[in-house]
Design a protein around this ligand. Sequence first.
Ligand code: SF4
Length: 247
Amino acid sequence: MLSALEIAKLSEEFETKTPQEIIHWAVTKYFPAVAMSSSFQTQSMPLLHMASQLEHRVTVFFIDTGYHFWETLMFREQLAAEWNLDVVDLHRDPRWDVFVLQNLRRLPLEDPNLCCYLHKVQPMQKALTGTKAWVSGIRRDQTSVRSQAQILELQDDGLLKINPLLNWTKSDVQKYAQEHNLPSHPLLEKGYRSVGCAPCTIAIGANEDERSGRWAGRGKTECGLHTEMFEKKKLTEVKQEFNLEIK
Ligand code: SF4
């Protein structure tokens, strides 16, 4: 197990490494206790393609929030089959089913942080229990929060988060996609340059910031997987934080 100091030093060294080199290090060191996550959207192709090229078949977690565009779900099916990916769908804790079903349409609009917490953060936390390393596809050029991220990040519970694409830009993603003739998400050509859940994603103009169509006009830029919201909480704490008066 690496110490916090060793992780910080390695992370610094990785600033000059390619994503493939970082992924190779992660898989060599941690397989099978390493997993990737992907939303199978427009920007996800390089990481998924790199996963498909690995000697080991690394598990890829896909969070099925129940609010996805049909195109995303079909794209996930297509890629998993064509690239022989080991994709595992994650779902919300069934203990929230009654509450969510009673608030299904209102929830993403009235309390998107709670909605993301129940549908994305909690399922991912649960899925990562038992793994030692989590490879994500975030980039520094995507949001102000992500601009502060490190390539290796040790979480409080000992999980090592690995962000191999952190230094890539939008152009690097496009270049890699062209070089490897990667398929694109079917909604990309309709102006969805970053695709999340249907109630929280709109099409945008060609010159707009790639993530400006996510939670547009609602003061939210992150789902919580890559922020301080990614923190294990007890049920009572969740209810308290989100002011929920449910049993
Ligand atoms: S992106 Fe929107 S619909 Fe999806 S989990 Fe978050 S708030 Fe809910």
